[in-house]
Design a protein. Structure first.
Length: 243
């Protein structure tokens, strides 16, 4: 059993990884043990035997048929998760405010250009944040739409994992390999947000509210107008209501 979760950031990737990893008893591949998202580098990583049996990892790569073809040939299961785009933006913003000294030191060794880093140290209604939302955020929405509409990945919905986690996780596992209800319930209990926060300092920073609808309290009319004028089609394609 091997599983790859591919979704944009802040969709609930880690939560889903831990839920599925716990349900199936899989090893969580982390950090440098996971592959680059370039298809050729991913293919080489797989060919070198790095994707061991009974393992799971998540990544934020764009959808390509090549990535899915490589994954199918292993064989491994491809899964994606979708979340309200408004909540995802808020989650991304507040997560970036917690960037640790460790992250900054790591970037000195392995520099990475992250367009979203412009959000760090700003207020959520800062002009630079609104500019990021109006321009760069489209890439994350497009990735979500591409994965959910690809037909190549099992789709989980973040809100359903909150509303009825047993039903949603059962729906997902039935498309991979059915799991009995007792195992599903144990995985859900183990992977409660409070439990996950205790796993590491980094995890405690990563998981903030772990809730649904936080954007209704955080976003202003300026944010909502950008969503309406630029991203209405993406929001609907992902299965959500334009606000």
């Amino acid at each position: 059993m091997r599983i790859v979760i591919s979704s944009p950031p802040k969709m609930g990737n880690k939560w889903l990884k831990y839920l599925l990893g716990t349900a199936y008893g899989l090893e969580w591949l982390l950090g440098d043990d996971t592959p680059a998202t370039n298809p050729s580098q991913y293919e080489r990583w797989v060919a070198e035997g790095n994707f061991t049996d009974n393992a799971i990892f998540h990544q934020h790569c764009r959808y390509t048929a090549k990535i899915c073809d490589i994954t199918d040939a292993i064989p491994a299961h491809m899964v994606t998760i979708v979340r309200d785009p408004y909540d995802t933006f808020v989650s991304m913003f507040y997560w970036l405010q917690t960037r640790s000294a460790y992250d900054k030191e790591r970037d000195k060794v392995r520099p990475r250009e992250r367009p979203k880093d412009v959000l760090i140290g700003k207020e959520i209604d800062d002009p630079a944040v609104l500019e990021f939302l109006a321009t760069t955020y489209e890439e994350y929405l497009r990735r979500g739409v591409d994965w959910t509409q690809s037909g190549r990945a099992v789709v989980a919905r973040y809100e359903n994992l909150h509303k009825d986690p047993v039903a949603e996780l059962t729906k997902v596992t039935n498309q991979i390999k059915p799991v009995d209800e007792a195992t599903i319930r144990r995985a859900i209990d183990v992977c409660q947000a409070d439990n996950m926060r205790t796993m590491s300092k980094k995890m405690s920073q990563h998981i903030r509210s772990a809730s649904v609808g936080d954007s209704k309290k955080r976003l202003s009319e300026a944010h909502l107008e950008i969503f309406r004028t630029k991203y209405a089609d993406y929001v609907r394609e992902l299965g959500y209501e334009v606000r």
